[in-house]
Ligand binder design. Sequence first.
Ligand code: HEM
Length: 178
Amino acid sequence: MVLTLVLAGTENTAQTIGNGTVGLLTHPDQLDALHADPGLLPGAIHEIMRWCGPLHSTQFRHAVEDVEIGGKTIKQGERVMGMLVAANYDPRYFADPDRLDLRRQDDIQRELHVAFGAGLHYCLGAHLAKQEFEIAFGGLLSRFPDMELAVPAEELERQNMPGSWRLRRLPIRLKGSS
Ligand code: HEM
């Protein structure tokens, strides 16, 4: 439990801040929209989670009885893993899913993405993480409005960890700091 809390509570959050910062800095129109209207931030955080959340899948689940999902039968005892990233890019729920659109999830009471999982094992720390993102992105954008990537985006290195999307490091130029 301690390991889960420490890893889930720090790594995922830190990686989302990194991934989201790259997303914003490589989509200047979206960044400008957020600067112009900081009220977009709570919904923007959901879109960042959908578009570049750090976890691609859930833990394994074991079927306690035969069950049919999407036309396939999962037999009792077989293992399944939910692909969160596939659901988050499902065009039936998100039009033009590859596009980062910070206005997409304006009704934040209705969380459409599944970056925090769903159901019984929905992330224990989701509310804490969302508060951390509001403080982190809000503070970063207001304090360093002109920050930019210090290397071309295609040169950013990712960790080789199947099932997750993590940066090795994120060089940023914090020009315009106050
Ligand atoms: C961006 C940040 C985070 C992401 C993307 C994330 C994602 C997730 C996901 C997808 C699950 C469900 C896994 C499954 O269904 O198998 C989960 C569960 C969990 N998360 Fe998070 N999480 C984040 C932050 C946190 C934080 C800050 C904490 C604790 C302070 C935390 C603690 C947990 C725990 C304990 C579970 C297991 C819940 C259970 O099995 O009932 N997470 N998280």
